[in-house]
Ligand binder design. Structure first.
Ligand code: 3PG
Length: 308
């Protein structure tokens, strides 16, 4: 089988080597498309492949139609909102993710961005400390669980709310359970977003919620920019100069947000999973899942439905 790694934002070189080895040792052909500048390049690269490993790369119906032999797409990472699941299902293409594999890297970035920003972006001015602050984890998947562990180490009070009702996990982790996201914004000094992008989460974090935050409240986003209602978030931050928005996903209203100065921080490009370890973990898992799929038909970690 011909297996393509298509990453506009490349994996670390050692991860690419490891992925290649897993694929070649299993008797498959490895092809690589990195840093592609146009969709056309991707469309041409997929023409004769049977499997694709991606990161945040967009795999829509057009890409699938350009790949008549495509059987499986594995998103090396957690969020798969960049793949048209419906289109894949209609074409009998299996879509998987690699849950948890890059979670520690994203969690460490949450703490790093928080420290940088509460310490006045290291500009010499006095800042504040994490110890004793209340941190809310909105969503309780793999990344949130890692953030909880790290935050406990900093002496924070960690709260969690999970729309899927995973209260048992929250209790087992020794964290405080909150019954709603409104409660979280009222109670917590810092709210860290760990929700997937879905129709019901799109635009769900808004100015109304941020207005409930205690003085000096911070929202940290390592999820997706689309979960924010950018207009109302900008407005509440203009009204409340004590609030901060710290994000790993540059919002569409970046230029407007920049005018808020130190109230706003964004990485220039999504950095959460950008570590050698996370690239290797997620990339190797993706390659192994594809090899296993072609070996035995194993569909563990499939995220789309079977063809109807
Ligand atoms: C994920 O969903 O796994 C993270 O957002 C990382 O995305 P990336 O692989 O595009 O950096």
């Amino acid at each position: 089988m011909k297996i393509l790694v298509a990453t506009e934002k490349p994996f670390a070189p050692a991860a690419v080597e490891g992925i290649k080895k897993i694929i070649v040792v299993a008797g498959h052909e490895f092809v690589l498309l990195e840093k592609y500048a146009s969709k056309q390049e991707l469309l041409e690269a997929v023409a004769d492949v049977n499997a694709i490993i991606i990161r945040s790369d967009i795999i829509d119906a057009e890409v699938m139609d350009a790949a008549p032999n495509l059987k499986i797409v594995v998103r090396a990472g957690a969020g798969y909102d960049n793949v048209d699941l419906e289109a894949a299902t209609q074409r009998g293409i299996v879509v998987m993710n690699t849950p948890g594999q890059n979670a520690n890297a994203v969690a460490e970035l949450v703490l790093a961005m928080l420290l940088f920003n509460i310490r006045s972006q290291f500009n010499g001015k006095a800042g504040t400390e994490l110890k004793g602050k209340k941190l809310g984890l909105l969503g309780f998947g793999h990344v949130a669980q890692h953030v909880g562990t790290l935050a406990n180490g900093f002496g924070m009070y960690v709260y969690a709310y999970d729309a899927f009702g995973r209260r048992d996990n929250i209790d087992a982790a020794g964290l405080y359970y909150l019954p709603s996201k409104e409660d979280m914004f009222k109670v917590c000094d810092i709210v860290s977003l760990h929700i997937p992008l879905k129709p019901d989460t799109r635009g769900s974090i808004n100015g109304e919620l941020m207005a409930m935050m205690p003085k000096g409240g911070i929202v940290v986003n390592t999820a997706r920019k689309e979960v924010m209602d950018e207009a109302s978030v900008l407005q509440i931050m203009q009204e409340r100069p004590d609030l901060k928005y710290v994000t790993d996903i540059m919002p569409d209203n970046h230029e407007e947000m920049l005018k808020l100065g130190a109230q706003y921080f964004t990485t220039p490009k999504k950095m959460g999973a950008q570590t050698a370890e996370a690239n290797a973990n997620a990339g190797f898992a993706a390659a192994r899942q594809i090899v296993e799929f072609f070996n035995s038909g194993c569909t563990r970690f499939q995220v789309n439905g079977p063809k109807k």
